[in-house]
Write a protein that binds this ligand. Sequence first.
Ligand SMILES: [Zn+2]
Ligand SMILES: [Zn+2]
Ligand SMILES: [Zn+2]
Ligand SMILES: [Zn+2]
Length: 489
Amino acid sequence: MQDYSEKLEDIYDEKLGRHLVVSLSIEAGETLLEEQPLLVAPHWECDQLKCAQCLQESYVICRKCQVFPLCMDCSEHDAFECEFFASGAGSGISKDLLIKNYGICALLKLLLLLEQPDKRVQCQILLERPVKLEDYRNEEGLWQEHEEHVVRPLMDSGLAQALPDQQLTSDALHAHCIRIDSSAYEVTARDGDTLKGVYVRGASLPHSCVPNTVVALDEQFNMKLYAAVPLESGSVIYTSYTNPLMGTSQRQHQLRMTRHMECACARCLDATELGTHMSSMKCRDCSDGYAVCDLAGTGNWRCLDVSCGAVIPAADVHELLAEVGGALVDAKGELSAYESLLTQHKQLLHPNHFLLLDIKQNIASILRAAALMNSLNDPCKKLLARRVELCADLLPICRAVVPGISKLYAIALFEYLLSFVELSELQFAEGDVDKKEYAAQLKRAQSVAKEALDLLQFEPENSAEGFLTERIAMELERIESDLMKYGKH
Ligand SMILES: [Zn+2]
Ligand SMILES: [Zn+2]
Ligand SMILES: [Zn+2]
Ligand SMILES: [Zn+2]
């Protein structure tokens, strides 16, 4: 891991808590931070045992400690973890501890790290992070989940007695659970399952829905943080802990639930959501007006057309959103259900509304899966054209919500590229377009592929994005060889 500390300064203030600012001017793509995870563990609710070493599915238990799961490929795991149980330090603890309560895995790993003086120093920033237990205690969801899956089984196991220096109480364990949750990024194991990667520095960045950095994770779960846009010296660095394709009300709800925070970023304070209108409604009174939320005042939606100014009560909007949200769950991958939802709600919502985008993405992914299985025979061109159109609709929105170097936009470009090339090839093969038109389409595909590659150039090779880069490069090669063939007049 390289040290980039000359570029960063640790700052503390009331509003943001501990955070980082850049101490020189930084170019887009420049690395700001590299960090190994403090620990990687399954989610609390996971009940499939994972190898303590590589985190793939496990069906055997380490013979030495007889506590931690291993997989067929791994013969050992962290020496301290193993030795702790093998040496009998936790002798009063049932060997079935993890088999019976696999949810405790992440917390158990943290507690064992805290037993090691050098690791404890590494965890200091994490341990210093204030946790207001009162904010969580009265909440049904999170507290209850931690209590049932983690805290109670650990307290009942006798581990607190085996780690006397840590003075573990049930409240102390709850605070650790919250610290783990708020320092975790979702990481993907080699078998495709998602896990929690806990990072100390990378996860202490303040949130913005319009972040100025990108988080890259490689196959070993190492994190690299790089600038998404040029940064002036003194800029606070932000990351995002929400999905940019959600509307403001959804993002804020998620941030409240998971991080107990209210976001006041440029996007959250802008009723048009950076001009995308991802939460705007169609006006009910005039034919082409759009209504946006009166964020600073009533909270109702009001038509932007000053000569109209019609109001849609907030309660009506929320009711509609809940209804469509429910219908989306009920649609359960059924193409016709999504299509009818789209037709029904197009009349009420702005074309860029996040719910319409959600419906459209569902349709596009069904069409993509169908194309992969070759289950579309004759109506192929029509459905392919539909897929191209759906992917194209998403592009300007992805571009607007994550400025600068954006993986979201790169992936959207890739999806568009695949469908566009497939359609163009079919149109050419069936004589719908001539050589010249086909060459023009290939040129367009070439520029889309190059743009996507440009956005992914700072991602590590051994990462999901690295593999995507290879995939796009192959596609570009194919496009360019066809261009050589058909591009000459
Ligand atoms: Zn393994
Ligand atoms: Zn072991
Ligand atoms: Zn925000
Ligand atoms: Zn109106």
